[in-house]
Design a protein around this ligand. Structure first.
Ligand code: ADP
Ligand code: TRP
Length: 320
């Protein structure tokens, strides 16, 4: 069975876009692949400066994936930091990377373009991400389009290491670019934590309703016929309740059905999908000991794979 691995940065509470765009598609792979999903906590240190917030996000994210259906008996769920071998591999990979490759990194270049002075962690991020992947003999990496460049660099470096030190030392992985659609936020732009347009996944139903009622719409009167296309409420409804979307479209076109009604229907549809998962989330999140035990058990198994790879790499480079 081939291995699928992906990393999740614990930098915020997951939103509906993360669920539809990343969590659900990744969980659908468990029947086809041996799956390893990890919390990329050392990646989060490049930006998160609040230790307590980071502690919280790590568990929020882990509990979210479990509540959304990750079965720890079938998927290794672990924290990146529980497998320190990743840094050993990062170093070896860094020694094969040209600094120019890192200078062309999107995250680094974007930070420069925003006038920031990015830290060296952001600069070296692609090397750590390559190690995350190569340490586990990964065949496929489910990612969003924004991560494509990192995967190309990972492949490039794995091939270079194999070329220099011996074919077969590392498995060369492939990207599995998700065809999940981009989920719009409350302002119609791509839902993103940094834009403040997120629809929370597991906050209270009251908060969820409030956020949904705040989605931007046009200002026709209740009686006016309305166009579904181009509306954020309809776009979200189509993603959450595709079977019932044509019905909403018809109601909008007929008139007498206002945006308030459409938002209420959207709220009900989202609540139907996330309500039971929220219950599960709250109970998992409340039992930190049990949650940590799941993460440690995942790490123990992940570490065995990591150890074998590191031995191979050490032998190949002459440090054994
Ligand atoms: P954000 O953009 O809010 O900071 P992340 O970068 O943490 O979110 O995204 C984590 C994962 O969720 C990525 O795989 C990304 O492709 C997916 N994702 C994030 N926002 C969306 C969205 N609006 N629609 C679809 N997928 C998304
Ligand atoms: N860079 C990824 C992101 O920003 C997170 C990540 C870290 C990752 N290591 C990884 C994803 C390894 C896939 C494989 O979303």
């Amino acid at each position: 069975m081939k291995t699928s691995l992906t990393g999740i940065k614990p930098t915020h509470l997951p939103h509906l876009g993360n669920y539809l765009g990343a969590i659900r598609p990744a969980l659908s792979l468990v029947d086809q692949y041996r799956t390893l999903y990890f919390i990329a906590d050392y990646h989060a240190v490049t930006t998160v400066r609040d230790a307590n917030a980071l502690r919280g996000y790590i568990r929020d994210v882990a509990a979210t994936w479990l509540a959304c259906g990750l079965d720890p008996e079938r998927t290794l769920l672990y924290r990146q930091s529980d497998v320190p071998e990743v840094f050993e591999l990062t170093w070896v990979l860094s020694c094969l990377l040209a600094t120019g490759q890192l200078e062309r990194g999107h995250a680094y270049k974007d930070a420069l373009a925003r006038g920031e002075s990015p830290n060296a962690g952001i600069f070296n991020y692609p090397a750590l991400m390559a190690a995350d992947i190569l340490l586990y003999d990964t065949d496929v990496v489910p990612i969003g389009k924004d991560q494509k460049q990192h995967l190309e660099l990972t492949r490039d470096i794995a091939m270079r290491l194999n070329h220099v030190y011996g074919e077969g030392t590392l498995v060369v992985p492939e990207a599995l670019i998700s065809d999940a659609p981009l989920v719009p936020g409350t302002d119609g732009e791509k839902m993103s934590k940094s834009k403040g347009n997120g629809i929370p996944l597991f906050e209270s139903p009251r908060k969820l309703r409030k956020v949904i009622m705040g989605i931007k719409t046009t200002s026709e009167s209740l009686e006016d016929p309305k166009t579904a296309e181009g509306s954020t409420v309809y776009a979200l409804y189509s993603l959450v309740a595709p079977d019932r979307a044509p019905e909403m479209k018809q109601k909008l076109a007929a008139g007498g059905y206002g945006w308030g009604h459409a938002k209420e229907d959207l709220f009900q549809a989202i609540e139907a999908e996330v309500g039971p998962k929220r219950e599960e989330y709250l109970s998992i999140r409340a039992d930190e000991e049990q949650l940590d035990a799941i993460l440690h058990s995942g790490a123990d198994k992940a570490r065995q794979i990591a150890h074998a790879t590191i031995q191979r790499v050490r032998g190949a480079v002459g440090i054994d």
